[in-house]
Design a protein around this ligand. Sequence first.
Ligand SMILES: [Zn+2]
Length: 72
Amino acid sequence: MNCPICGSKKARQIRTPYHYAASGLDNVYLLGVPYMRCSSCDDDIVVIPHEQQLLDLIAVDLVRPRISEVPS
Ligand SMILES: [Zn+2]
């Protein structure tokens, strides 16, 4: 598989959970998003579908109080 960045044939598809570092959070992983890792670029190449909506959902989940945190 060719890397879309450098054209190297050393890119391979990865199906393990993707660490979504672009979210700005250390503990956000995306399941079911196939991505490529290029050993020539030493980078991951991923296309996040509907990325803005995903970021909005993450933001809403961050500020949503957990059941254990709601005062009774
Ligand atoms: Zn590359």
